[in-house]
Design a protein around this ligand. Structure first.
Ligand code: ADP
Length: 194
């Protein structure tokens, strides 16, 4: 089972992906996490992506598709949860090609619907919590980068909703519900696909 979680920054994709990893034998592929790991690795690629990420802009398709390809090559018994990928139509096309190349298919695309006010509150709240706990705050969790991240989402990622709707994969759920309620809805949808 291969699944995409789609939605703006702060929609809860990472939280739901983690729940799925705990409950099913699935692997979470978060390009955001992979890029944050790359930027601390001291590589040339890491240096190139750091500034782009901090501004809230998207990293090039070439880089993220390369990261995804490397991980897909290793396989996963229970399938993959794509979290934060694809973020552009070119990435969506590339994912379709990669899955086909590895003899896999896309089983579901679940859109977490939320409104912008909540996103800003959640992300600012996440930064404040981290600060209070003495943990590092993500460099892009500030009002200025967030504005850019939301604009990038609407310009480049939101068109994927139409794209997957046309392909017949899209299912949308209310991302404003409580974490457990969202998880329960996702479970219903996935059980239906299985
Ligand atoms: P969020 O969804 O909270 O914005 P992520 O951790 O998914 O955070 O992504 C953080 C940043 O990493 C993005 O703003 C972007 O710069 C980069 N990034 C992550 N995934 C992609 C992707 N698929 N394509 C391009 N850039 C990406």
């Amino acid at each position: 089972m291969n699944l995409i979680l789609l939605g703006p920054p702060g929609a809860g994709k990472g939280t739901q992906a983690q729940i799925l990893v705990d409950r099913r034998d699935m692997v979470q592929l978060s390009t955001g996490d992979m890029l944050r790991a790359a930027r601390t690795s001291g590589t040339e690629m890491g240096r190139r992506v750091a500034d782009v990420m901090d501004r809230g802009e998207l990293v090039t398709d070439e880089i993220v598709i390369g990261l995804i390809r490397e991980r897909l090559e290793q396989g996963s018994a229970g399938g993959f949860i794509f979290d934060g990928f694809p973020r552009t139509l070119a990435q969506a096309d590339a994912l379709g090609d990669l899955l086909a190349e590895f003899g896999q298919s896309l089983d579901a695309v679940i859109e977490l619907q939320v409104n912008d006010d909540v996103l800003v509150d959640r992300i600012v709240g996440r930064a404040e919590q981290a600060r209070a706990a003495g943990q590092p705050v993500r460099a892009d969790d500030n009002a200025e980068s967030l504005k850019v991240r939301l604009m990038e989402y609407y310009k480049k990622t939101a068109p994927l909703i139409g794209y997957y709707h046309a392909k017949g994969n899209l299912q949308s759920i209310d991302g404003l519900a409580a974490i457990d309620a969202v998880a329960a809805e996702i479970k219903v949808l996935l059980d239906r696909c299985a």
